[in-house]
Write a protein that binds this ligand. Sequence first.
Ligand code: SF4
Ligand code: SF4
Length: 338
Amino acid sequence: MNGRRPLQRGEKMPVKHWSFAGLVLTYWCNARCASCYLRCAPERGEPMSADSAIELWRQLIEASPHGCRIHLGGGEPFGDWPTLLEICRRAKTAGLAPLEKIETNAFWACDEPTVRDRLRALDDAGMGKLCISADPYHQQFVPIDRCRLAARVASELLGADRVQVRWRDWLAAGFDTAEMDDAVRGRLFGRYAESGRDRLNGRAAECLAPRLQRKNPAHFADTSCAEAILRSRHVHVDAAGRVMPGTCAGILLGRLSDRTSVRQIWESLAADHAVRPIVGTLARAGPVGLMQLAKPAGFVPSPQGYAGKCHLCWEIRRRLVEVGEFPDELGPVWMYEK
Ligand code: SF4
Ligand code: SF4
């Protein structure tokens, strides 16, 4: 028994089982994209071992009555190619649910033989889709020709329906942004960010949000975040065992350990989410509710306003982390540092 009352007829389950999970294999990345909501960078790390990845994979599947589709990402999972391949092979050998996809910025796609060899190996090891990131932010660090090569070879080997590109319109008509003048690139980023494709957390809150039109926090009142943090069915898990909502970086739903399994984390969230200061407040009242909680910690809303509710949410949480509040629900600390 977990202490929860039974649901009434027609009542929605407040916390959905996790049926899509991303393993954050590392926070290392060759890039440092302005849009990166996890703030990955070359100086970051926290690599996940193959043993941990397999154990988490198994636990995630077992914790949900519907099973769980796993994707692998980071950071840049191809930064440690031997471990990436080992994880995929071992999962397949162990009979775990098939790997849905691997996400990459294609920095490693320098020549066609390498791309063919790696994609064949991953295909044999059970990879479903390859998901390639391509946009002006990524092309500051990765030549677009590598994305195009990876996409073309993947389409030939795997079939077009097993290749995702974020975003195809940019892949078709985009260009490298590394050599651009800073001011010109900044304006391009600002225009691109207006499309609303980027979650304004992490580095995106710092680098993109100031380039966008901003609104008073009151504009975001009465916007519950229950769908994003409790009902999306999508989580990310990193090497330190942090369980985070799939799209809300830096919010902790729980922390795995030798004594705490994925199932226990989910059950605990289902039992007490409403009384958790961060998750409960966001689910009930969104970031404007969180603003009240952060006032005693010295949060003062910016007179310039915020580019969206996630930007507001991030800035409030950043203040709370700065003063050391709610470490059980906010982290890792480095993600919030400027
Ligand atoms: S490539 Fe992806 S993980 Fe790496 S910095 Fe860019 S957005 Fe972050
Ligand atoms: S406002 Fe915060 S909790 Fe809500 S969706 Fe955005 S990042 Fe997630």
